[in-house]
Design a protein around this ligand. Structure first.
Ligand code: T4K
Length: 418
């Protein structure tokens, strides 16, 4: 345990962890089951194009979510693009800026203007109260994002969408396994999109899915993700290649078999973080509604620098030196990234909460790669930094790193000497 600042790795002490702890370290299900499935795929020589594992994965997701249709795809970004196209969205679509860049890009990629809306400071999801004022004659849709698995205000968004005859799509990339008002996410709006990327609590290596209760929409999406083929030699619609392959589906099914286990570990980690960070002034941990189904896949802190006197970015630098690769999702907000900051330079005027939250937010490692002891140590580092805030700011070189972009982490690959 470190007791004084000189022991922090940023000041030359030994890092708390000899190996890096990441946000988004994949959860791996039962290795043997996965390998058996791979072997079966190779034996059968059926690798992709709506193979048996893809169909099985779709049925299992639909059953778990209680939704009529599930169409799995190669990733959630393509799934979003296809859903947007299948819903005939054009012109302008209202979307939060506080989201992963894929949500905005899926629109802009199709020359649809993302109109950025501010967020609710408590849930970090789109502020439904502010949506209506952004509607213009060109608005065709609203995309809510269930950030961190926190549900959007689906009632108000549905009412607004209905009143203005707009389509309502949810980016539920974070919300697989979560419920809202006792209903599983996946059943709201015209359609919802899940991500099964490696970094999600449940992964299919890469992967995503559109789920919907609309038969016609589902049929259209199925065509679109397969070039528009309605049968051999018969294309009836413009399409693309959004198909998931069999290895991904096998991984997805294997992950689903550990669904309860992953969630209960995430929930335990969440409780440990709450315990070890309780009472630290200026640090708020985003809480989940435990009366609903929840996947607890993100540990989200808000650092109130007015109280901590240590900036979020200073804290991140301290943690990185200890090999805790904390992240600042979704800094700086889509509207401050290209091409949006050039095309829509005034967008930030209406996004004060987005700006504040994106400058305060800090995500910590969780999932199956993290244990209680790790969490205890991570929290001790945070406590030490904040307890010695004045000394810490005196000793840090200057504040210049607060705004500097952090280098992209390159994975360290193990090499074999044999
Ligand atoms: N909508 C929302 C709201 C989303 O959050 C996302 C994705 C999407 C849409 C689009 O879904 P997909 O098209 O990806 O299915 C990561 C993920 O790549 C991305 O899927 C995710 N959201 C986002 C929140 O996080 P990056 O750019 O931060 O990834 P990266 O490479 O920094 O990985 C995160 C950390 O995970 C690394 O520091 C190390 C660790 N990691 C990662 C991989 C891939 C591993 O330990 N092993 C691995 O295999 O976006």
């Amino acid at each position: 345990m470190k007791n004084n600042l000189s022991e922090l790795a940023i000041f030359g002490g030994e890092p708390t962890f000899s190996e890096k702890l990441y946000v988004g370290r994949p959860n791996i299900g039962d290795r043997e089951s996965f390998l058996q499935r791979i072997s079966h795929i190779l034996d059968e020589r059926w690798l992709t194009n709506n193979g048996p594992y893809v169909q099985d994965f779709e049925h299992r997701i639909a059953r778990l979510v209680g939704v009529k249709h599930c169409i799995v795809m190669c990733n959630a970004t393509i799934a979003l693009e296809i859903a947007i196209r299948a819903l005939d969205l054009t012109g302008e679509v209202i979307v939060p800026s506080f989201t992963f860049i894929a949500t905005a890009h899926a629109l802009q990629w199709q020359e649809i203007t993302p109109v950025f809306c501010d967020i609710n400071p408590n849930t970090h999801t789109i502020d439904a109260e502010k949506v209506e004022q952004l509607i213009t004659p060109r608005t065709t849709g609203i995309i809510g994002v269930h950030v961190w698995g926190q549900p959007c205000d689906t009632d108000l968004l549905t009412e607004i969408a209905d009143r203005h005859q707009c389509k309502l799509l949810f980016d539920a990339a974070h919300a697989f396994g979560c419920s809202h008002q006792g209903r599983m996410i996946g059943n709201f709006g015209n359609a919802e999109v899940f991500s099964f990327h490696a970094t999600k609590f449940l992964n299919s290596l890469e992967g995503g899915a559109v789920v919907t209760n609309d038969d016609e929409l589902a049929a259209k999406i199925r065509l679109m993700k397969n070039f528009g083929f309605a049968g051999y030699d018969n294309v009836i619609y413009i399409g693309t290649n959004g198909k998931m392959n069999e290895v991904s589906a096998a991984m997805g099914i294997t992950s689903l078999e550990s669904f309860d286990h992953f969630i209960s570990l995430n929930q335990e980690n969440y409780q440990h973080y709450r315990k070890y960070l309780s009472g630290v002034p200026g640090i708020k941990i985003l809480t989940y509604d435990e009366t609903e189904n929840c996947n607890y896949q993100y540990i989200v802190l808000e650092i109130d620098e007015q109280i901590t006197r240590v900036s979020r970015d200073a804290l991140i630098q301290v943690l990185w030196a200890e090999n805790v690769i904390a992240r600042r999702y979704f800094y700086p907000g889509c509207h401050r990234m290209e091409p949006y900051r050039t095309i829509y330079p005034g967008a930030g005027d209406l996004l004060s909460v987005t700006r504040r939250i994106s400058e305060q937010v800090l995500l910590l490692p969780t999932g199956t790669a993290v244990e209680e002891q790790d969490i205890d140590q991570i929290c001790q580092v945070i406590r030490l930094a904040i307890e010695h805030k004045i000394e810490l700011s005196d000793r840090l070189p200057d504040d210049s790193f607060a705004t500097q972009d952090m280098e992209l982490e390159e994975p360290v690959l193990a090499t074999s000497s044999e």
